[in-house]
Design a protein around this ligand. Sequence first.
Ligand code: BF8
Ligand code: SF4
Length: 619
Amino acid sequence: MVEKSIDQATLKMLKKAQRDGIETVWDRLAAQEPQCGFGQLGICCRNCNMGPCRIDPFGDGPSQGVCGAGADTIVARNLVRAIAAGAAAHSDHGRGIASTLLASAGGDTADYPVRDEAKLQALAAEYGIAVEGRATAEIARDLANAVLEEFGTRKGALQFINRAPEQRRAVWDKLGITPRGIDREVVESMHRTHMGVDNDPVSLILQGMRTALSDGWGGSIVATELSDVLFGTPRPVKGSSNLGVLKEDQVNIILHGHEPTLSDIIVHAARDPELLQEARARGAAGINVCGMCCTGNEILMRHGVPVAGNFLQQELAIVTGAVEAMIVDIQCVMPALPQVAGCYHTKIISTSPKAKFPGAEHIAFDEHNAMETAKKIVRIAVENYSNRRAEKVNIPADQMEYMAGFSVEAILEALGGSLNPLIDAVKSGAVKGIVGVVGCNNPKYIQDNSHLVFVRELIKNDILVVGTGCAAIACAKAGLLLPAAAEQAGDGLRGVCTGLGIPPVLHMGSCVDISRIMTVAAAMANALGVDIADLPLAGAAPEWMSEKAVSIGTYVVSSGIFTILGTVPPVLGSQNVAELLTGGAEKVVGAVFAVEENPAAAAKLAIDHIAAKRKALGL
Ligand code: BF8
Ligand code: SF4
């Protein structure tokens, strides 16, 4: 089973799953093999009902769909639709947070007070909203309205792009890819990819870039910044990770999904004395709330809540037999969960009106009565403790401490108030460069292996790693988020980390928080008076699977940062599109994608890229 994961907890639970007769994501992948070759190459199209159509990659069969679309058009259209879906997911999440801020400001909910007034004021200033002598609620209302307006704005450009250096904005303007409205770009992408609209692959990909930018510098950044206002800006915090955080003698609740609106309040609800009393009355020593995937990242960043695992461990958490409830909202929640839960006592509770799961209990979560609903949900978990079957319980002991919470503000604090010490370390070569390592797990690749091989190689070469999402959880489980991991770093990076008491891999949050990484990159470029594309930076998604990752990769490249994908995207059916993304884009946006499945070779690409950027900067 070693080809499935390098995570010991995962391997143990896979064995238990087998014994318990549970089918997991790996079994379902095996059942799908061989996967469709047309799909893998991106050359099938279902965009109208003259189809479905497919292009023969070997040139013996049709080279066009019924409408005349060739491989270039079909591959580009499919890619743009994936970007639009990913951008929509992040941006709709951002809209949810902005709506909660508006409800909070209007007094419609008492459960979401503004927890970071300084951040609220700083954001208001960015939007040109007056703050002097005004009440928090008034400022919050104006900010929420200004942000919500950006979803369908007619202003012509999003506010947060102004964080990017002038040179970068000039690139976007020249190409006509400055994002205009958060929803607008997604809608236009769907329109352009309808049958018989935009058929030029270059034009399509430019629209894909604009859509992705509306995510990175729009929806995602909104989600991050307003979450900080409502839930607090993360500061360095310690906690534990992996399935070993589940407790045999406690009510275990797993929060899985993405929006902190749900997870944050459940963390508070689980501290309710009455519910704790109820848990004790049922023989439990307490209520243990743990996270999973990105909502796990949201609460670990802010409260040090234990994180039970990353994407491929969601079913395995249930297989421990010790989870009373898995509470889910949106994104990356496998439809298989109710089926797995059916073999144990675990209740799957869905909460978002946008995401229902046959077989799960649905309790609509609404910001207006958040605490009440949260307590109701926690109570279900507590009551379910009595249904736990001891003979089915087996929690792997594996767990690892982490240090997380590196928001931009926390990084600045660690550096003594400005980015200058980091910039000086980069200039001196103690830190050669910075690489953002982000994204998912994918059962086609050994779980966590690509993340860890890649990250270890980088830090050994004095490259500071910043991580988010399931990649960051992989690092947490491997101990790379501890200051002691600096031992594994090269001399220069080790010295910097030891001096500051920080790990060589900084956990910056959930996937929408890649916007934090972009904010740091933009600030560094501004401090040096150069474009982001000039900096010794790279991005990587070693095990990505989600359409959100497609949008992320595209906005990172469109922002001028070289990005390495560790799993092959479905674009190889068009040589022209593949060449544009991995070569031609350099002349257009100053960065390209690379695809490299071997993580050691991928690290070499990042290291060489950083060396070349340093040389060009004269460092
Ligand atoms: O937004 S890294 S598997 S959990 S998509 Fe999903 Fe991928 Fe995990 Fe978070 Ni991001
Ligand atoms: Fe086929 Fe063209 Fe319709 Fe796509 S849009 S399904 S290629 S006819």
